[in-house]
Structure formats: structure tokens, C-alpha cells
Design a binder for this molecule. Structure first.
Ligand SMILES: *Cc1c(COP(=O)(O)O)cnc(C)c1O
Length: 223
């Protein structure tokens, strides 16, 4: 049952770590089952689907956008999105700033780091992320607020590989916080990594937000 999965997962999360229930492709009834178990943070990766669910479902749900976001769609999410996880270009960040300013919101977002071996995954290299932070342009932006780092590990059974990738992200996060967020550490505090198959590893490498979908909503057998 969805409710049991939510309870099992949230009980094993260390203090300070939050669950993003990834509900993409799953119907509103499934989300409501998780909601009734107390879950309030849901993650979606398609703009249309998220807008529809946001309209239909309870107003106290915190909607996170976790997928690759096209700049021309930021405006649809700007009024309500609680966290944009996967900012992968200065251009996208600039558009979030613009749309957030229009809505009189500083939209929280994370920089997506490309740490996986797969070429197909999106994200900034550590050099690109460093350059973006170093530019300092975003420190006083009115419409956007950088809250931390997000990454996806390689889809592999090699747990050491996955651990190395999460650790790369964690080291970058610690470096960025110490270098660019001195005195504002509370603003830059989120590490979004860990999915159904690798979140136990992510928890050992500093994750503060785990994004779990299939384990909750697809009821596969996990060992
Ligand atoms: C789908 C998705 C998840 C959840 O993956 P599961 O393996 O179903 O837990 C997490 N993060 C992102 C970015 C996703 O697109």
C-alpha cells in the first residue's frame, strides 16, 4: 500500500531529511492516498501534468519540479512552485528570476550537477556551477534564491560508483556553501539526491531531500 511505503520510508529518514514523493505519471487518487498518510511534498517532472494536479489537489501540497525545465515554461510554475530542483543553465536561472520577480516571489531552486557517467543526463559540470556562483549575479536577485545542489547518480548496480558520485556532489556543496554563502548558510542548505534504488547510499552522503517515486507508487518488490 502507498500509505505503508510512505510510513516505512519516512520512519527511516534521519532527522533533517525530507521525502519528495515523486508522483509523475501517477493519478490523483494515488497522490491522495499518500497525502492521507501525511505526505505533503510531491515531485513532478512535466509542466502540464503538474499544473493540472496543482489545480485539482489540496492547496497545502508543496509542489517540487524535479525534471528538466524549459525556459519558456517557467512562467506557468512561477506562481506556486515550492522548489525547482534542476537548474542546469544560467539562462534558466535568469528566466526563473524574471518570472519570480513578476510574481513577487523569490523562487527557491537548486543547481543540478552532472556527476553521472551517462552523457544523457542534464546538469552543470562542477566548473560551470562554480562559474555561475562566482559571478555573484544571483546573490541579490529578487526573483530567485539558490538553496542548494541536486544530482542524479549513474543508473548502475555499482554502489561504489554511486557513492563516489554523491560524494562529489556533497563536496561541491560544502565548498560552495563555505565560499559563496558565508553568513547565509541557512539559505544554502539542501542536497537533493537519492531515488528509489539508491537513496540509502544518498543518505550516507549528506542528502537532505530524497526523491522517491516507484518504490512508493509502483509497489515493486524491493529487497
Ligand atoms: C522519476 C524521477 C525520480 C524518482 O525515481 P524513482 O526511481 O521512481 O524513485 C527522481 N528524480 C528525478 C529527477 C526523476 O525524474
Amino acid at each position: 500500500m502507498i500509505k505503508d511505503e510512505i510510513n516505512t520510508i519516512t520512519q527511516e529518514l534521519p532527522e533533517g531529511v525530507r521525502l519528495v514523493a515523486v508522483s509523475k505519471y501517477h493519478p490523483e487518487e494515488a497522490i491522495m492516498e499518500a497525502y492521507e498518510a501525511g505526505q505533503r511534498i510531491f515531485g513532478e517532472s512535466h509542466v502540464q501534468e503538474l499544473m493540472h494536479k496543482h489545480e485539482q489537489l489540496p492547496a497545502d501540497i508543496e509542489w517540487h519540479f524535479i525534471g528538466h525545465l524549459q525556459t519558456n515554461k517557467v512562467k506557468y510554475l512561477a506562481p506556486f512552485v515550492a522548489l525547482i530542483h534542476a537548474v542546469d543553465s544560467p539562462r534558466l536561472l535568469a528566466e526563473i528570476d524574471k518570472q519570480g520577480t513578476k510574481c513577487h516571489r523569490r523562487i527557491p531552486c537548486l543547481l543540478q550537477l552532472h556527476v553521472a557517467r551517462e552523457e544523457t543526463k542534464f546538469g552543470l559540470t562542477t566548473d560551470q556551477a562554480e562559474a555561475l556562483l562566482e559571478s555573484g549575479e544571483w546573490a541579490d536577485a529578487q526573483g530567485v534564491e539558490i538553496r542548494g545542489i541536486m544530482c542524479m547518480a549513474t543508473n548502475t548496480d555499482d554502489e561504489e560508483q554511486i557513492a563516489r558520485e554523491f560524494e562529489t556532489a556533497r563536496q561541491f556543496f560544502l565548498h560552495a556553501r563555505a565560499t559563496y554563502f558565508k553568513g547565509r548558510e541557512q539559505q544554502f542548505c539542501e542536497c537533493s539526491w537519492g531515488m528509489s534504488d539508491d537513496y540509502p547510499i544518498a543518505l550516507r552522503h549528506g542528502s537532505t531531500l530524497v526523491r522517491i517515486g516507484s518504490k512508493i507508487f509502483e509497489q515493486r518488490q524491493y529487497t
